[in-house]
Every structure is written in C-alpha cells, then in structure tokens.
Design a protein around this ligand. Structure first.
Ligand SMILES: NC(=O)c1ccc[n+]([C@@H]2O[C@H](COP(=O)([O-])OP(=O)(O)OC[C@H]3O[C@@H](n4cnc5c(N)ncnc54)[C@H](OP(=O)(O)O)[C@@H]3O)[C@@H](O)[C@H]2O)c1
Length: 198
C-alpha cells in the first residue's frame, strides 16, 4: 500500500508528522513543487518524501488536505482515479462568516466523490483542528479517535487500517449519508476530540 498527502498546509503537515512518527512512508505534494517541501522533509525525516503532484497522485491511498475549492484542480491533475482510495479531509466553508458553505443540500464528500470518478472516497481527519491532529494520538488515558465514513466498505477498512497505523483509534460511522453528514463542517461531530479509553 502506498500513501500520499496532497496539501502541505496545516492539515497536511499535521498528518505528515504522524506518518513520520510511526515510520510509515508517505509522499507529500502541494502546488509549488517538491522543492518547497525540503525544509519540512528535513525536519520530519526520510519517511516523508516531497513529491511533484503528478507523482503523489500515483499512490494507492491519497489524502486530500487541500481547500474544498481546490478539489476540481486536484481532480484534473490525475488522468484516472479508478481504484484509488481517497481520504477526504476537506471542509466546505463559507469564509465570509466561517459558516458551512451552501452546497444546495448536497454532502461535501459526495461532491468530492463526483469530482473523482472511479475513486472510493472516505471522509476522515476533517473534524479536528490541525493543532490537535498533530499531537501524539496516544496517551496514558487512551487514543484520540478519528471518525471515518464511506460508501465503500473496503475503502473504509483501508482507511481504518491507516488511522490505526498512525496511532489513532478508528471509529466507523458507516455511509457518507450517515456518518459523513455528522462529520462534515457544521455537523454534530465537528471539533470534538474524543479519547478511546484503555
Ligand atoms: N486547518 C485546520 O485546522 C483544519 C481542520 C480540519 C479540516 N481542515 C480542512 O483541511 C483542508 C486543508 O486545510 P489547511 O488548513 O491545511 O489549509 P492550508 O494550510 O491553506 O493548506 C492548503 C494546502 O493545499 C495545497 N493546495 C491547494 N490547492 C492545491 C492543488 N490544486 N493541488 C495541490 N495542492 C494544493 C496548498 O499548496 P501550497 O502550499 O503550494 O499553496 C497547501 O499546501 C481544508 O479543506 C480545510 O477546510 C482544516
């Protein structure tokens, strides 16, 4: 299984820290090219490898840590999304007043899935502030939980495996129109940092 993170901002970097901490190889890419990621890679070590976007999009499992408004641009950067597992960490936000964007009643991950034909989309890593996501997920009291939702059970299992490998506890919330609705920006699970005891 190969992994990549698209986006090297707050969320992309928070997740890259967990890949580095757990010695899990990952490619990371942004709009500015691999050279712009040299300092981050220098800090995090050899498991986090800077890549050009086109190379990062070759990974089996791709984490989208880009603005929701950039989804179409990322979609257009890969010729074929068939068979990819895409973990959607985006939030659809109206930045004028930091309210949920008006999506005409559609769910944000359904819009992401429509933009990536053939990919299996999993919503995850979007409910916690980047500074919380970047913290060590395990402590004496338990493990920080990460919710995930998908219409594809195999993709859900793949995401859960990664979530656990990074040190979090995975909680499967079912389909996008079930859990994804609760996870998306404005949903009931936004900004709740839960610890699985034990
Ligand atoms: N920040 C949080 O606490 C938080 C929490 C939960 C969810 N989220 C969601 O996570 C996503 C990322 O948030 P963020 O705060 O990490 O944003 P950010 O700091 O602004 O970083 C965005 C990253 O996306 C990259 N990017 C933009 N368009 C791209 C494209 N077409 N192709 C490749 N890379 C592209 C940018 O590249 P450059 O570096 O080259 O500009 C940048 O590295 C957003 O959807 C946000 O709503 C954020």
């Amino acid at each position: 299984m190969t992994y990549s993170i698209i986006g090297s901002g707050a969320i992309g970097t928070a997740l890259a820290r967990q890949f580095a901490r757990t010695n899990t190889p990952v490619l990371i890419a942004n709009t500015r090219g691999s050279g712009s990621l040299a300092a981050l890679a220098g800090e995090l070590g050899s498991y986090v490898r800077p890549a050009e976007l086109s190379d990062a999009l070759q990974a089996d499992t791709i984490i989208l840590a880009v603005p929701f408004s950039a989804i179409d641009a990322v979609a257009a950067a890969a010729a074929d999304w068939t068979g990819k597992v895409v973990i959607d960490a985006t939030n659809a936000i109206n930045f004028t007043d930091f309210s949920p964007a008006d999506l005409g009643g559609r769910l944000s991950s359904d819009i992401v899935a429509q933009a990536l034909p053939g990919a299996a989309v999993v919503k995850a890593f979007n409910t916690l502030p980047a500074a919380v996501l970047a913290q060590e997920p395990g402590s004496a009291t338990g493990k920080r939980t990460i919710f995930h939702s998908s219409n594809d059970p195999d993709a859900s299992a793949t995401a859960a495996q990664l979530i656990e490998a990074l040190g979090y506890a995975a909680i499967n919330l079912g389909r996008i129109d079930e859990g994804g609705r609760l996870q998306q920006f404005g949903g009931a699970l936004m900004v709740h940092s839960l610890i699985k005891q034990g």
